[in-house]
Write a protein that binds this ligand. Structure first.
Ligand code: SAH
Length: 461
């Protein structure tokens, strides 16, 4: 009954993965860009499938009371902050609801509304941020030329490689803008050209900036299409004046690729890394290291994981998908022994190094797939586990990994997830194999975006 070009009125009730509003009419869902939860709108259907369609906003009939003034003038073109026009309290509600819905619909769990019902699942309110802007410790700005031939830096317009000039991103730290201004003036003064994807010519591709929230140390890394930067001492001289500057690096990337960083690093000034802390654990972070981008919320997430692990000092713990060992080191302080497993070899190098600088000796790291390493050590060496922590990428855990967890029969499983749909799928499996969800804690690691992180405690029935 719905057809292309039809007009209809909708109440926007939900948000899609890309931040578009969703409204329902007669059992069909419609995706409408540029709307927010609570808007009553008039739309025109652009494309119709069986149970859903895409519609264009014609008119906001009555605006949502939850509309917020966007901070950033580029938020629409950028697409990085899908939720910036939605009031932060509503963003939090939306994310909490998303986790709850996925657990109920995909996982088939029943979530009690009351907090004290110990029989059911303890679903905690989402942990939000007091200041939901300027939280990112890492930023990567592409460098290019505008149509007047001026050097610009900013971000790629959504789903394109067209650079929109903007030195002030509201998710990043304030010093980013100063650094970009220094880099651009330097390039203008010494006639150093930005890289051009089409021709493969030009030198400077990206500016990567990392900032240690706890230490206030700054790293600037220019990604270049070449083996050196002419007059680099002049750039160093300027950057060095910024308080906290600790590391100025070049990264060589001469490939025609979307991947930002190449393999080779050149030190221009200072250390090869910056340091930062999460809690009382120190981490060394190089331009290539994976490191959580929101340190304030990361601490809260890891504290939740630590709390759920319920360690007394006697436990054998496995931390699967451990990255640079951030969670492993956090847990090692309270466990007997921690084994970390991660697929990327350089991350494990970082993990071992971080264990060393903190004098933590009761951890051991393995490079490989969780679904291969865990069964190997369990079947061959009969290694056991009291607690298993998993923090997989969006696709969730491999079946073989889950099966081995069940065989190992740990007392507790702590599941840290960045995708509540695959989380719900995996929890459903574990709960069919003798485990029970005890607690669920959503954490807002990425305010202004649709992403939500969740930490879940499972215990044996
Ligand atoms: N726990 C870490 C990192 C989590 S991100 C932290 O909090 O910082 C997920 C990690 O899983 C990434 O580092 C990724 O490289 C790794 N990974 C992806 N697939 C894997 C697999 N099959 N086995 C082990 N690690 C994997």
């Amino acid at each position: 009954m719905f057809r292309k070009n039809m007009e209809l009125e909708l109440l926007i009730e939900d948000i899609g993965v890309n931040g578009e509003g969703i409204g329902k009419a007669e059992g069909a869902a419609f995706f409408v860009k540029d709307t927010v939860i609570g808007d009553r709108v008039l739309v025109k259907i652009m494309k119709m499938k069986k149970h859903y369609g895409y519609a264009r906003l014609l008119k906001v009939l009555s605006p949502s009371p939850y509309r917020a003034e966007p901070m950033c003038s580029c938020y629409r073109q950028c697409g990085g902050c899908q939720l910036q026009v939605l009031d932060y309290m509503q963003q939090l509600q939306y994310k909490e609801k998303k986790v709850r819905n996925n657990l109920e619909r995909i996982g088939g769990f029943r979530i009690e509304e009351t907090e004290n019902d110990r029989q059911g699942i303890l679903f905690h309110p989402i942990i939000g941020m007091e200041e939901p802007f300027f939280y990112r410790n890492k930023a990567q700005f592409p460098v290019g030329t505008n149509k007047d031939g001026r050097i610009i830096t900013g971000f790629y317009a959504a789903r394109s490689h067209h650079i929109i000039s903007n030195r002030k991103c509201f998710l990043g730290v304030g010093v980013n803008e100063q650094i970009l201004t220094i880099v651009i003036s330097f390039m203008e003064q010494y006639r150093i050209f930005p890289y051009d994807e089409e021709s493969g010519k030009g030198l400077v591709r990206h500016v990567l900036i990392r900032y240690g929230f706890a230490t206030q140390e700054i790293m600037v890394c220019l990604v270049i299409n070449g083996c050196g930067l002419p007059q680099s001492e002049k750039l160093v001289e300027e950057l060095q004046k910024l308080p906290g500057m600790a590391s100025i690096m070049l990264n060589v990337n001469q490939k025609n690729t979307n991947v930002i960083l190449g393999e080779r690093m050149i030190n221009l000034w200072g250390r090869d890394y910056i340091t930062d802390y999460i809690g009382n654990i120190q981490y060394q972070i190089s331009p290539l290291s994976f490191y959580q981008v929101n340190p304030v919320q990361t601490k809260k997430l890891y504290e939740t994981a630590l709390d759920y692990a319920c360690l007394t000092g006697n436990e054998i713990v496995w931390d699967l998908y451990c990255g640079i060992g951030t969670i492993s080191l956090f847990l090692a302080q309270k466990a007997k022994h921690v084994f970390g497993v991660e697929i990327i070899a350089s991350a494990i190098e970082d993990a071992r190094n971080n264990a060393n600088i903190n004098g933590i000796e009761n951890v051991e790291f393995f490079v490989g797939k969780a679904e291969e390493i865990l069964p190997q050590w369990y079947e061959r060496e009969k290694l056991r586990a009291d607690v298993i922590v998993v923090d997989p990428p969006r696709k969730g855990c491999d079946m073989k990994c889950l099966e081995t967890i069940v065989k190992m029969q740990p007392e507790r499983v702590v599941y840290v997830s960045c995708d509540s749909a695959t989380l719900a799928r995996d929890l459903k499996y574990l709960c069919g194999q003798g485990y029970q969800i005890r607690e669920v804690q959503p954490v807002d690691m990425f305010p202004q975006t649709t992403h939500v992180e969740t930490c879940v405690l499972l215990g044996r029935k």
